[in-house]
Design a protein around this ligand. Structure first.
Ligand code: ZN
Length: 101
């Protein structure tokens, strides 16, 4: 039977505009105060937006002001810096080879 997914929550990256559940998405939230910040819990109240845990997507979102548009609120550079610092610290498979020792 045909099912039309209407209100299924989609987590689309504001950078590359795709939704891929295999990729980790970071959630941003606009708090009731109108401040946009990173939401590590993914449960904070407020309007949310998502971006891939990928520096390229974060840079794209920054350049296009995609987050600000998505959330209808100004997004400070500090927010992007937090995201970039975060993805740079994420364990990466490419780093799995051991050096030294
Ligand atoms: Zn993306």
């Amino acid at each position: 039977m045909p099912m039309r997914p209407r209100h299924k929550p989609r987590r689309m990256c504001v950078g590359c505009r795709t939704s891929d559940e295999k990729r980790a998405l970071l959630r941003l939230v606009r708090t009731p105060d109108g401040v946009v910040c990173y939401d590590p819990t993914g449960k904070a109240l407020g309007r949310g937006a998502y971006v891939c845990a990928d520096a390229a997507c974060i840079q794209t979102a920054r350049k296009k002001r995609a987050l600000a548009r998505q959330l209808s609120a100004p997004v400070s550079d500090a927010v992007y810096d937090v995201l970039l610092a975060l993805v740079n610290r994420l364990p990466d498979a490419r780093e799995s080879h051991q050096t030294g020792a």
